[in-house]
Design a protein around this ligand. Structure first.
Ligand code: FES
Length: 327
């Protein structure tokens, strides 16, 4: 790795240590962590909709949205959903991080900003997807001139609904909670919202099914008015992770990717510098040239045409055999 590449990595990460000041369960399998600076000083500033990267106790990096008010930098709040079928990062956060634990985190970054052009906002959240939206609603509430907004929050049932108490206290009359009780036929009907495009921006964060449905229904809206954020593209929608190899055409290196690693993690472990931001297949930062190989594309960025020659290495994997990348 050259010194400029190392500097680029360091700049991108901007890691620091923060202490867990409190930990509490906010819904079934959902835990809220409050983080503070070790020296008791304000933390780096952030804007509503931001996320940070946490080095989890198992060693992997995971992105979590900040749900606290951006006006208060004396603490950050992040919520973690313990995913028993995941790669282990959320399990280690839920089971091994306690009050007093020191975590290494990145400075916040934002790929899900409130649009300065919006005069009205519609928020659509599913499950843990409420976290960035909570900070966005808190930000809008502080605008003195007022900025109308409404939240539609879809969850399985009352026990899996995080922050219901916060919504009732801070945003009375501004939200609708819908429980589908695990029945897809009981999903919330968003068509009345999208049927006639209105002068509003839509922000959606939640499981892949919800985001796909919003994308389908908003096809006739201006694309700049529809915003998505996804952390952890729904792993259950794809086949189980298996090991595979990649050949890096320009450097001639061969890199092995284990089932527990993302392709991005394996590339970095081999000394390769690859830009990233969301690490969840939604921002487009890690787009990498694909020379050959069969890919299981798990991102929400690439068009069908682009999928023939590009891969988002933060989430996508080989479907079979080896991949050859333009690196
Ligand atoms: S880092 Fe955002 S799509 Fe890969």
């Amino acid at each position: 790795m050259t010194s400029s590449e190392a500097l680029e990595n360091k700049e991108q990460e901007r890691l620091f240590e923060a202490r867990v000041a409190s930990k509490r369960v906010v819904a079934r399998d959902m835990i809220l962590f409050e983080l503070v600076a070790l020296d008791g000083m304000p933390l780096p500033t952030f804007t509503p909709g931001s996320h940070l990267t946490v080095i989890t106790p198992m060693g992997g990096r995971r992105n979590y949205s900040l749900c606290s008010d951006a006006a208060d930098t004396m603490h950050y709040e992040i919520a973690v959903k313990r995913d028993g079928n995941g790669r282990g990062g959320s399990i280690s956060m839920a089971d091994e991080v306690h009050e007093g634990t020191i975590l290494t985190v990145s400075a916040p970054r934002n790929n899900f900003e409130l649009s300065a052009r919006a005069s009205k906002s519609v928020f659509i959240a599913g499950g843990i997807g409420i976290t960035p939206i909570l900070s966005m609603m808190r930000g809008l509430k502080r605008i003195e001139s007022g900025h109308p907004f409404q939240l539609f929050y879809c969850t399985r049932d009352a026990e899996s609904t995080a922050f219901a108490d916060v919504l009732h206290t801070e945003f009375p009359g501004l939200f609708t909670i819908h429980h589908d009780n695990g029945d897809i036929n009981n999903s919330f009907d968003f068509w009345p919202i999208f049927e006639k495009p209105m002068v509003a921006h839509v922000y959606c964060c939640g499981p892949k099914g919800l985001m796909d449905s919003v994308a389908d229904m908003s096809g006739h809206w201006p694309s700049a008015a529809i915003h998505f954020e996804s952390f952890g593209v729904d792993a259950k929608a794809f086949s189980e992770n298996t090991a595979f190899d990649v050949m890096l055409q320009r450097s001639g290196k061969r890199v092995s990717v284990s089932p527990e690693q993302t392709l991005l993690e394996a590339l970095r472990a081999s000394g390769c510098v690859v830009r990233s931001s969301c690490e969840s297949g939604t921002c487009g930062s890690c787009k990498t040239g694909l020379i050959s190989g069969e890919v299981e594309h798990r991102d929400m960025v690439l068009s069908d045409q682009e999928k023939a020659s590009q891969i988002m290495v933060c989430v996508s994997r080989a479907a079979a055999g080896e991949l050859v990348l333009d690196l």
